[in-house]
Each structure stands twice: as structure tokens, then as C-alpha cells.
Design a binder for this molecule. Structure first.
Ligand SMILES: NC(=O)c1ccc[n+]([C@@H]2O[C@H](COP(=O)([O-])OP(=O)(O)OC[C@H]3O[C@@H](n4cnc5c(N)ncnc54)[C@H](O)[C@@H]3O)[C@@H](O)[C@H]2O)c1
Length: 431
């Protein structure tokens, strides 16, 4: 089994070992309710990743069973159950009455008799869902990113503290941290292979993503929730939604989070620059500064036909490295490369079964905030400080806990049909 850098094993022969035993038995329910060692889980957000994560949980050593699902849309929830049942019929026990839909469906799935909740909804909804799962004492696997704004990150950080008090296991879908090629290379960097890291470069430069057209009869909320990638309050923009992976690697390498950022960006190519369709940018560039003064330069973009590159690079006082596999000119990773999505579920479930403390929530929330800091720096054109933005950054979805499919979403089209886009120099990131 892989040993994740943040995982601390309980020490044998102490009350901690007893706590470990309790933690394990809270998941493996042999002595309790089900009369077996079953790990019962629910999926909230039954799209590509929620369905994929469920299938990957089935492949672990745990005796896992999917018992409830929730999605904003009934058809997505049903189609996920159908696909998973076809894939692994003996691992799915989701009768009609445990298929929930709507924006409050997450509560019903979390309230089901499950031990573990998979949260794979768009990031704007994750803070409320993460908080509710912790409140109900459920173990969590949550996809990245965990929020789209500072109030959301603060809410998640608070819940992470609660989850630690309750000894809940929390896995976050930043799967590079579970891939041996990254783990071994980052360990060598931490051991001094390139000296002190003075600068890093990270990239998610790709061609673009899907667009889900407005359908007849949809409310504005239904349109935005379905087409979530294109609305900032629910997606967080490309830097948050996708580029977070590379920013997180840089934070891992440094063992720190940035203190400030400046940046720039724009959006003229996506959907022909049509602002009646999408609100987000198609390119950003950020310069982050870490507490020791070292720099992180980031490029994130969706520009079809342009240079594509996804990766990371580090410069140290004694050399350079690609943290995904290489200390340049010295060493290259040559071992197995298991799929990160699968490996993170092996690690989570094995930690559960072994009664280990396993909580990735804090770095998940702080890497989410790194991306939000970058986005707000690009939107405003200002140098933004981590502490100030975290404490005063604006709420992109006020009152989100009471949204329904007929509520007006927090961003509405202007009279010409265009959605708000920020103008640097005019946009304020503060509440
Ligand atoms: N770790 C990775 O590499 C990786 C890869 C892809 C996606 N993701 C993350 O997974 C999450 C989901 O992405 P996806 O690609 O599966 O998107 P998707 O659109 O395929 O699925 C999202 C699902 O959530 C549902 N949903 C929306 N709002 C909801 C709400 N309030 N309550 C319940 N369900 C709701 C949607 O109807 C949809 O079925 C995102 O946060 C994304 O960043 C991570």
C-alpha cells in the first residue's frame, strides 16, 4: 500500500490504538448494524466523476456497497445507478426510494444509512454538502475543488476542523498526491535533490471543455446548474476547476501556501467570445509569492489550436526537476504508474480499514483557495494578499443554502443577454 505523506499511523499500545480500532469499526460495520464488514456509501453528484469514483471504490479491498444517490437532476441520478448496476450488480443496492434529486437532495442521501459520502458536484455547492456530511458524522471523499469563493473556503476549513475532532476520514480528489511517480520525485525534492526551491512553473493549457445548451422549458437556475462550468459562482473559472491540480503540486513541493498573487487574463476565443453563453475566462497568468519569497508562475487556458501542455517544473539552488517524474540529469522515476483516481480510493479505503487517521481536507481547501486567489488577482488586476482575501473575499452565491431550481441564480444576464465578466482595474474582489 502506498503511504501518503500526510497520513499518520496511530501508535500501537496506547489510547490512540483504541481510537484507531473505533475508527475502523465505525466503517467496517461487522459488530454493528449490518451484520457484515460492509462499507455503505452514497454518491452526491452523479456525473462523470461521481459515477467513476463509485466504480473505483468498488475495486478496492473494502466490502463496499452503493446504497443511495443524489443529483440536481433525476435523469443523471438514475442513469448513474443504471450504469453502475450494469457494471457491478452485487455492489449496488439503490432502490427507487434512495434515488434523490433537486438542490437539497444531498441531505437525503447523506441522511441514508451510509458510512461514506462521495461528493462530486460542481464546486460552488460543495461547502454546504461537505459541512452537512461532517455534521452527520460521515466519512468523505470529495472531488476538488472544494469551493469557488472565500466564504466557501472558510466554511470548508471550519468543517475540516470538525471532521478531525470526529476522527472522520476525508479524501480529496487531488490524485497526483497518490501517484507514485509524483510521491517519489517530490520526496527527493524535499530531501534536497535540487537544493532550495526558488521558483516553479505550472501549466494547464488545453483546448477547452464541453458546453451544455439551454433546453426549452429550463429555468435559469436549471440552465446554469446543468451548464455549470461556464458560471463562476458554481465553477470558479478554469484556474479553480482544472488548474488547481498543478497549483496543488506546487504547494506540495513547497510545503507552504502562497501569501500573495498578481495576474492577468482574458476571454476572447471560447465560444467565439460570446458572453451570452459563458462567463469564464479562457486564459490566465499568475505570479504567486510564497512566504520565503520564492515564486510560482502559472498558466491556465482553454484555447483551441494553441500550445497544449499540462505539467509542473521546479527550479532549485542546485538543480531543476519535473515533480511528476524527474530530477533533471540525475534521476528518473521508472516504477509503476497506477491510475491516480483508482489509487486514491485504494488509499482511502485501506486507511479506513486499518483505522488510520486520514484527512486531506486542509490542503484540499487551501489549494482551492490558492486558485481563488489567482482568479481574483486576474479579475481585479491587483496584488492580492492571501489573508485579506480569505477574510474579506466576496460571496459569489449569497443564500446558496436556500436555492431551488426556481430561484434566480446569483448571476443573471443583462438586457442584451450577456453575463457579467470582470474588468481589471474596476472589479473589486472584496465583499
Ligand atoms: N480529480 C479530477 O481529475 C477530476 C476530473 C473531473 C472532474 N472532477 C471534479 O468532479 C466534480 C464533478 O465534475 P464532473 O466532471 O463529474 O461533472 P458532471 O457535470 O459530469 O457531473 C456533475 C453532476 O453534479 C450534479 N449536480 C450539480 N449540482 C448539484 C447539486 N447541488 N446537488 C447534487 N448534484 C448536483 C449535476 O447534475 C451532474 O450530474 C467537479 O468538482 C470537478 O472538478 C475532478
Amino acid at each position: 500500500m502506498l503511504h501518503h505523506h500526510d497520513r499518520r499511523k496511530f501508535i500501537q499500545g496506547s489510547s490512540a490504538a483504541l481510537a484507531g480500532g473505533l475508527l475502523a469499526s465505525s466503517l467496517a460495520r461487522s459488530v454493528h448494524a449490518a451484520g457484515s464488514d460492509e462499507i455503505r456509501f452514497a454518491v452526491v453528484g452523479c456525473g462523470g466523476r461521481g459515477t467513476g469514483a463509485a466504480a473505483q471504490i468498488f475495486n478496492t479491498k473494502g466490502n463496499t456497497k452503493l446504497i443511495a444517490v443524489a443529483d440536481a437532476f433525476d435523469k443523471n441520478a438514475k442513469s448513474s445507478v443504471k450504469r453502475l448496476t450494469r457494471h457491478a450488480p452485487d455492489k449496488v443496492d439503490v432502490p427507487e426510494e434512495r434515488i434523490f434529486s433537486g438542490l437539497d437532495a444531498y441531505k437525503k442521501a447523506i441522511d441514508s444509512d451510509c458510512d461514506l459520502v462521495v461528493i462530486a458536484t460542481p464546486p460552488g455547492f460543495k461547502p454546504q454538502q461537505f459541512e452537512y456530511a461532517v455534521e452527520k458524522g460521515k466519512h468523505i471523499f470529495a472531488e476538488k475543488p472544494l469551493a469557488t469563493d472565500a466564504p466557501g473556503v472558510r466554511r470548508v476549513l471550519k468543517s475540516v476542523q470538525e471532521s478531525k475532532k470526529k476522527n472522520l476520514c476525508v479524501g480529496i480528489g487531488l490524485q497526483r498526491r497518490h501517484e507514485p511517480r509524483y510521491i517519489e520525485t517530490v520526496q527527493r525534492i524535499h530531501d534536497g535533490a535540487i537544493g532550495d526551491v526558488v521558483s516553479q512553473r505550472v501549466y494547464w493549457n488545453g483546448g477547452g471543455i464541453w458546453y451544455r445548451n439551454r433546453e426549452p422549458g429550463q429555468t435559469e437556475m436549471e440552465f446554469q446548474v446543468n451548464n455549470w462550468y461556464h458560471f463562476n459562482w458554481v465553477c470558479g473559472d478554469q484556474i479553480c476547476e482544472q488548474h488547481i491540480h498543478n497549483l496543488d503540486v506546487a504547494n506540495w513541493v513547497k510545503g507552504e501556501f502562497p501569501v500573495e498573487c498578481n495576474g492577468m487574463g482574458g476571454g476572447e476565443q471560447r465560444l467565439g467570445g460570446d458572453r451570452t453563453k459563458s462567463q469564464i475566462l479562457d486564459h490566465t497568468f499568475c505570479e504567486f509569492t510564497y512566504p520565503d519569497g520564492s515564486k510560482l508562475f502559472s498558466q491556465g487556458r482553454h484555447l483551441a489550436g494553441a500550445w497544449s501542455h499540462v505539467g509542473e517544473a521546479c527550479q532549485g539552488t542546485k538543480g531543476t526537476a519535473d515533480p511528476s517524474l524527474r530530477i533533471d540529469g540525475v534521476w528518473q522515476y521508472n516504477g509503476p504508474s497506477p491510475n491516480g483516481h483508482q489509487q486514491e480510493q485504494h488509499d482511502l479505503i485501506e486507511a479506513h480499514l486499518a483505522g488510520e487517521i486520514y484527512n486531506e481536507g486542509e490542503y484540499g481547501a487551501k489549494s482551492t483557495f490558492t486558485a481563488i486567489l489567482g482568479r481574483e488577482a486576474c479579475y481585479s488586476g491587483q496584488i492580492l494578499k492571501w489573508e485579506e482575501l480569505l477574510s474579506r473575499g466576496k460571496d459569489l452565491a449569497p443564500g446558496i443554502d436556500s436555492y431551488t431550481m426556481s430561484s434566480p441564480p446569483p448571476t443573471l444576464p443583462a438586457t442584451d443577454g450577456t453575463y457579467f465578466t470582470p474588468i481589471p482595474g474596476k472589479y473589486s474582489p472584496f465583499a
